[in-house]
Design a protein around this ligand. Structure first.
Ligand code: ADP
Ligand code: MG
Length: 913
């Protein structure tokens, strides 16, 4: 029947059946679909009608919510208290000004937070889910949002189910429905007949649900519902989107609170002294609040958020998508990267180069990569006769025990599917076989899909002359299942090829007695007495950047460890090439790990020493993470398969692959590499370190300026001078020296040489010795000089009003100069070019100008008790303000000299903890 005639019926919602209660054939016909899939036009038409297969965006926090979030801080409470006191004193102007400060603070914070959040939302959508769909008779990979009811989708282990599906075919299928039903055990699925109408959701074994994952096996399913009409879509509205705060942000908030307490104590002291000296309670109270405001680093939480968000933006540009913000901080402290081999260190483009045929010996395969024309030669002579036939039989099994496809007219480049399968398919075509025809003539009856645990795949096909098994997989798994007495020889050949860096797989076959049933399980008991057809050695070239990235890690004090399911010899050959390992003692195998399972201490010691983990099963990756963590490491672990998810969760930094990996792995990861490239992890480490350094810079700025103000105040009040600045002036000072500069500092471009230092210890507090030293020197110096200046003015007989005006000018200049000290902890301010941070330069120039302008503005200057100062005065103030630069430069110089003198060993030679 023409599908057009079906449309109106399919459209009526009330007509939509309970899909589990109909047979597959019925479901197909109800949706006007056919086994060949929808046509392109039909799919487009349905997409217009049903809309994209996506859930409505989760509601974002509104601007208003963000603003109210900003208001919940001790700083705001203090300012409100100050405004109330001012009103009580009858100082309407002051109260108005305080409210203005409050508004400006809130606005800056809210705008920055809004921007950071917008950015995170954009990143989240950068990781798209794609699906393989049958359209117009061909399997294509499309964006999952383009799926429509009636589409036929192909799924394999690790994929996220993109829509609600009625199963048409399934092989060993199990799904993880925990996201939908909470059931944590895998659920068996099969394409069986209609189920009773009242079958509960959890038991609908013929259905796959959007948002759940394929845990095992393969499936072909008919899309029956999309978008918000899926089971998941219906409950999605009730789900809360939780956005956990990074621990760093939380730690910073706590840090501000501690400082707040310190501030209050100091302030209480000031109040006591002032009262003793006979000042009025209200005026004292106001000054005390203003002083507290200058101590509390109110800009810190926002600046941290901004620094992290800037880092995620830089990382995205360098192919690292951050899924969890804390990962940025973690990357900076990472001490070991445990990485996959295939696809991450190598390009994952396998080419068969060697074939060993049991009766014919070693055959060389010509042609690079996806090129299809190639010569098979033995000892330099083209292959022919019985040898060619033996090769062709190997080709037949390679093509049938295989799920890759490519369009022969477009070449192998157009291929899709597992890279090992694709390489086998290319080999078959090179051997002059036609895989498409072959597969049509020998339909598949049952299969064991490849899994990293089993290390092989097998199919049962119906041939003209009976049924046959086709098996391919790791040599040491397949060879023992074969007939004959040449196991030793075959394994030695395999070992030899592996030692040369080839990835070696064995191919075998077996004829079995036909079983006449329509649907049958795989005959596991027949997996023995196979005929070995041969061994195939593939090369997988190294990624060009990999070697340099490994060397960079070594300089950065980050150990690199290769974790692979591949053969130890292959792994070692490649690790040697990369400079990761030298000798076979550096290799630990999955079997070694299993043997040590009851000696966690041994494992930790061995794992810390080993640099290659070969023939490990995904489940063992968790042990490796545990062992490395026990040895004191901060571990980044990569993974791409379904079974890697636990290890990705367990690692300090789970890294998944954006291209090659599975949705399950991406869901479990903290970071996703959009180019699957090891070098990107190293880039991430660099950006993570840069982000941490920037946060330190912000803290330095905020704490040291507050310290300077406190020192100046305590000295003045302690020595009986008038209050050096009014409350309003203090608030103003805080605004024009920290208001924008702190956030701008978070944009500082990363300094060179970040990857030439060992990683920071994860236990190291932010307020370490260096930080205390910097804050103490700059705070005491600035506060002392300002106090002496003020005392001198008063001593000259100048009135308090004028002296305060000059002191305010000096403090603003001091702190705006000091901003440039904060741009680097080690490097000279003069070696840090302005172009590395234009926002900062703009913030400083802007704030300084606003301050100067304020002295001229009637109204404003009255509230601030300011007046313009003479050029002569500027000539005195500028050198004094500039001196803080000189002092801090000398400190940096001394530190550089002393670190040269103690002459620490070069970073490369140091080992991480
Ligand atoms: P890696 O860590 O290099 O990605 P895998 O875990 O993917 O290794 O594979 C482990 C072993 O399983 C391989 O060395 C190979 O022998 C075998 N293997 C890999 N892919 C396939 C496949 N598609 N079919 C059959 N066997 C495979
Ligand atoms: Mg693999």
């Amino acid at each position: 029947m023409d599908s057009d005639l079906r449309e109106p019926e399919e459209d009526r919602a009330s007509d939509r059946p309970s899909w589990h209660a109909v047979s597959a054939v019925e479901a197909l016909s109800r949706l006007g679909a056919s086994a060949a899939g929808l046509s392109k036009e039909e799919a487009a038409k349905r997409l217009r009608r049903h809309g994209p297969n996506a859930l409505p965006e989760p509601a974002r926090r509104t601007i208003l919510a963000i603003v109210f979030g900003q208001l919940k801080s001790p700083l705001i409470y203090l300012l409100i208290a100050a405004a109330v006191v001012s009103l009580w004193l009858g100082e309407i102007d002051d109260a108005g000004f305080i409210l203005l400060v409050l508004a400006i603070n809130t606005t800056i914070g809210a705008v920055q937070e809004w921007r950071a959040e917008t950015h995170t939302a954009a990143l989240r959508s950068a990781i798209q889910t794609t699906s393989r769909v049958l359209r117009g008779g061909r399997v294509k990979r499309i964006d999952a949002s383009q799926l429509v009811p009636g589409d036929i989708v192909h799924l394999e282990a690790g994929e996220r189910i993109p829509a609600d599906l009625r199963l048409l075919q399934a092989a060993e299928l199990q799904t993880d429905e925990s996201s939908l039903t909470g059931e944590s055990l895998p659920v068996d699925k099969a394409a069986s007949d209609a189920l009773p109408e009242d079958t509960p959701l959890a038991d609908r074994m013929t259905m796959l649900f959007a948002g759940t994952m394929v845990q095992r096996g393969r499936a072909e399913g008919l899309v029956v519902e999309t978008g918000s009409r899926t089971q998941f879509g219906r409950i999605a509205q009730t789900l809360e989107v939780s956005s956990a705060e990074p621990p760093l942000t939380r730690r910073m908030a706590r840090f501000s609170h501690v400082l707040g307490a310190v501030a209050l104590a100091l302030v209480a002291g000031v109040i006591a002294v002032q009262l003793l000296q006979g000042h009025s309670l209200q005026a004292t109270f106001l000054v005390a609040i203003a002083l507290a405001v200058s101590i509390i680093p109110e800009g810190l939480p926002v600046a941290v958020t901004v620094a992290l968000s800037v880092a995620t933006r830089h990382m995205a540009r360098r192919h690292v998508i951050v899924r969890h913000l804390p990962a940025v901080e973690g990357l900076g402290a990472c001490t070991v990267i445990a990485t996959d081999k295939t696809g991450t260190l190598t390009v994952n483009q396998l080419t068969a180069k060697r074939v060993w045929l049991p009766d014919e010996g070693l055959v060389a395969v010509g042609g690079e990569g996806f090129s299809l024309d190639a010569a098979f030669t033995k000892d330099g002579v083209p292959l022919e006769g019985s040898a060619y036939e033996a090769l062709a039989s190997l080709g037949v099994s390679s093509a049938l025990c295989n799920d890759a496809t490519f369009d022969p007219t477009l070449g192998a480049q157009s291929g899709s599917g597992d890279t090992v399968d694709l390489a086998f398919l290319v080999l078959a075509v090179k051997a002059s076989l036609d895989p498409g025809r072959l597969r049509r003539h020998t339909p598949r009856l049952a299969e064991i899909p490849f899994s990293a645990e089993r290390k092989f795949a097998a199919t049962l096909n119906r041939h003209g002359d009976g049924h046959r098994l086709h098996v391919k997989g790791a040599a040491e798994v397949i060879v023992p299942l074969c007939r004959g007495n040449r196991h030793r020889e075959a394994l030695e050949i395999a070992e030899g090829m592996a030692g040369d860096g080839y990835r070696v797989l064995a191919v075998a076959t077996k004829r079995i007695a036909p079983v006449f049933s329509h649907e049958q399980p795989f005959p596991d008991q027949e997996l023995c007495g196979l005929t070995l057809l041969g061994l195939v050695g593939f090369i997988d070239p190294l990624r060009p950047e990999a070697r340099e990235a490994v060397a960079q890690c070594r300089r950065a004090g980050v150990a690199v460890k290769m974790v692979t399911g591949d053969h130890p010899s292959t792994a070692l050959a490649i690790a040697r090439d990369l400079g990761i390992a030298e000798r076979s003692e550096d290799v630990l195998t999955g079997r070694d790990l299993a043997a040590l399972a009851f000696e966690p201490h041994c494992i930790a010691a061995l794992a810390a020493k080993a640099s290659v983990f070969a023939r490990v099963e995904p489940a063992q990756k968790v042990e490796i993470v545990d062992a490395l963590q026990a040895a004191g490491h901060v571990v980044a672990m990569t993974g791409d398969g379904v079974n890697d998810a636990p290890a990705l969760h367990r690692a300090d930094l789970g890294v998944a692959m954006g291209r090659g990996g599975t949705d399950v792995a991406r869901d479990a990861a903290d970071l996703v590499l959009t180019d699957d490239n090891f070098a990107s992890i190293v880039a991430g480490v660099e950006e993570g370190r840069a982000a941490y350094a920037n946060i330190r810079k912000v803290i330095y700025l905020l704490i040291s300026t507050g310290a300077a103000e406190v020192v100046m105040f305590l000295l003045a009040v302690g020595t009986g001078l008038p209050v050096p600045l009014t409350a309003i002036q203090l608030l103003w000072l805080n605004l024009v020296t920290n208001g924008g500069q702190d956030v701008a500092l978070a944009f500082e471009r990363r300094e060179p040489g970040l990857l030439d230092q060992p990683p920071r210890s994860p236990k190291e507090p932010i307020f370490d010795r260096l930080m205390i030293r910097q804050v103490a020197i700059s705070g005491i110096y600035t506060g002392l000089v300002a106090y002496v200046f003020f005392a001198w003015l008063i001593g000259q007989g100048m009135g308090a009003f004028e002296a305060r005006n000059l002191l305010l000018f000096l403090m603003v200049a001091f702190e705006n100069v000091h901003v440039f000290n904060c741009r680097s902890e080690q490097r000279s301010a003069f070696a840090t070019p302005f172009r590395n941070n234009w926002p900062l330069v703009a913030a400083v120039v802007g704030a300084q100008s606003v301050h100067i302008a304020a002295a001229f503005l009637p109204g404003v200057r009255d509230v601030l008790q300011m007046q313009p100062i003479s050029l002569g005065m500027w000539l005195i103030l500028v050198p004094i303000a500039g001196s803080v630069l000189v002092v801090m430069e000398i400190d940096k110089l001394l530190r550089r000299l002393s670190s040269q003198r103690t002459s620490a060993p070069p970073a490369a030679a140091r080992t991480p903890p």
